[in-house]
Design a protein around this ligand. Structure first.
Ligand code: THU
Length: 137
């Protein structure tokens, strides 16, 4: 990985950490913050938002993506997303989010994941997260 990419990933993780302070997660007590990087260098944050009807919960990754689309950013124009969850050593996106990430992120996007153990930080591609995916594009 280039030095530039590593710095970009660090900065995006910092944004995801700031987002993790804003979650609405009273049921799971499991805060997750996400930060999405657009092709023009803008950052859009997302958090997990829970509900007393548990199944209505929205993960941080989907919150960030849906917020970006709502603000007019083009689908598939997002080059990276950082995800931060302090309650586990390493966070890994759920299956539902993987399918949504595949459809809305740029095809060569990276998913940067970090938990409480910074040394365990992972950078995944969409193909690695969802091999053999259902993808109509
Ligand atoms: N969650 C996320 O926001 N992102 C993930 O990658 C995994 C799980 C949320 C959903 C729920 O609010 C809480 O974490 C516990 O599952």
């Amino acid at each position: 990985m280039s030095e530039h990419a590593a710095t970009e990933h660090e900065q995006l993780l910092e944004e995801a950490k700031l987002a993790a302070d804003q979650t609405y997660s009273p049921y799971s007590q499991f805060p997750v913050g996400a930060a999405l990087l657009t092709e023009n260098g803008r950052v859009i944050r997302g958090v997990n938002v829970e509900n007393i009807s548990y199944g209505l919960t929205n993960c941080a990754e989907r919150s960030a993506l849906f917020s970006a689309i709502s603000q007019g950013f083009a689908p598939r124009s997002f080059k990276a997303i950082a995800v931060y969850a302090p309650k586990v050593p390493l966070i890994s996106p759920c299956g539902a989010c993987r399918q949504v990430l595949l459809e809305l992120m740029a095809p060569d996007a990276v998913i940067i994941c970090q938990g409480s153990d910074a040394l365990a930080t992972k950078v995944w591609t969409l193909k690695e997260l969802l091999p053999g995916a259902f993808d109509s594009f």
